[in-house]
Design a protein around this ligand. Structure first.
Ligand SMILES: NC(=O)C1=CN([C@@H]2O[C@H](COP(=O)(O)OP(=O)(O)OC[C@H]3O[C@@H](n4cnc5c(N)ncnc54)[C@H](O)[C@@H]3O)[C@@H](O)[C@H]2O)C=CC1
Ligand SMILES: O=C1C[C@@](O)(C(=O)O)C[C@@H](O)[C@@H]1O
Length: 290
């Protein structure tokens, strides 16, 4: 027999999650801790359920003995109303990607935010954080912007193909970080903004296998800039390669992908995961084309 306390049953709820590397990342780390731990993708497209069913699925999961869930697109906002307790930072961000079930109650967290933040402080400990330009303010970008401000960025310039979205996000963030300067800008402003910035964070799909290319003209990068990407398929994006070639310190998107899993694993098990081991496993899976 295996009870809630003796083993772990975890799921990832979202659209198209079957190829996700998060389940094998958790399972391998759990095996290293000698835990009984099963992590299943629950693909809404496969089971033909809309994102609005996330609450029903959570409750069914609880009743069937799940310990926790990761939640992804399109449910990170939809899940909020079904939770009993929400971490204050996840509440401010308005998105939850990790739900831990404790005594039948749903506790929500956002480990995209903490995972990116940890990746940046560990991977680029020298990064100057006075003035940062961030391109892309969708789902991943919102978590990243929060993380940057939590880490102490004084002046954050948000750029998006949709300038209205960038302006809205800047306004919303300014409410929670009133002592910072947060501005929404259009892509045409990138050259002038980068000339004054310490670092660049990229959070659009540009550079993914399906969207090859560069989100900016690499000539705009100078060796004093640090550059962080969130795209991790491939982990060596054109942006990361170009930035490195121009002498910039870089942080690949694998840091956020692994960081969210590290922080979720800790929340679910209460055990300290080995982040370096999880990153090595993640990179190995990418190398093997998984
Ligand atoms: N490392 C990680 O853990 C994660 C990485 N990702 C990566 O982040 C990328 C973005 O994901 P989401 O935020 O969920 O997508 P999304 O669709 O929610 O947001 C993308 C944003 O980028 C903007 N955009 C697109 N092309 C642009 C361009 N050329 N210039 C300026 N803005 C542009 C869009 O208008 C949109 O606001 C994904 O494609 C994926 O590669 C996503 C989730 C986690
Ligand atoms: O958005 C993501 C990506 C993810 O869905 C994945 O498939 O790796 C796992 C989620 O925990 C995270 O918030």
């Amino acid at each position: 027999m295996s009870t809630l306390d003796e083993s772990y049953l975890v799921g990832l709820i979202g659209d198209g999650v079957i190829p996700s590397l998060t389940p094998p990342m958790h399972e391998a780390e759990a095996a290293a801790h000698r835990l009984l731990y099963l992590y299943r993708p629950i693909d809404l497209l496969e089971i033909k359920r809309p994102g609005t069913d996330v609450g029903e699925l959570l409750r069914a999961g609880r009743d069937l003995g799940f310990n926790a869930f990761n939640i992804t697109h399109p449910c990170k906002q939809l899940v909020l109303e079904h939770l009993d307790v929400i971490d204050p930072d996840a509440q401010r961000l308005g998105a939850v990607n990790t739900v831990v079930i404790r005594d039948g109650a749903f506790h929500g967290y956002n480990t995209d935010r903490t995972g990116f933040g940890r990746g940046l402080s560990n991977g680029l400990p020298e990064a100057k954080l006075d003035r940062v330009v961030q391109i892309g303010v969708g789902g991943a970008g919102s978590a990243v912007a929060h993380a940057l401000l939590s880490l102490g960025v004084r002046h954050l310039v948000l750029v998006d193909l949709d300038p209205a979205r960038a302006a809205e996000r800047a306004e919303a963030l300014s409410e929670f970080f009133p002592d910072r300067t947060i501005e929404g800008r259009s892509t045409a402003d990138v050259p002038a903004e980068l000339a004054a910035a310490d670092g660049l964070v990229h959070a659009t799909p540009v550079g993914m296998h399906q969207h090859p290319g560069l989100p900016i003209d690499p000539e705009l990068l100078e060796p004093r800039h640090w550059v962080a990407d969130v795209v991790y398929r491939p982990v060596e994006t054109e942006l990361i390669k170009a930035a490195r070639a121009r002498g910039c310190a870089t942080l690949d998107g694998g840091h956020m992908a692994v960081g969210q899993a590290v922080d979720a694993f800790r929340l679910i098990t209460g055990l300290e995961p080995d982040a370096a081991r999880m990153r090595a496993h993640f990179l190995d899976m990418l190398e093997r084309g998984l």
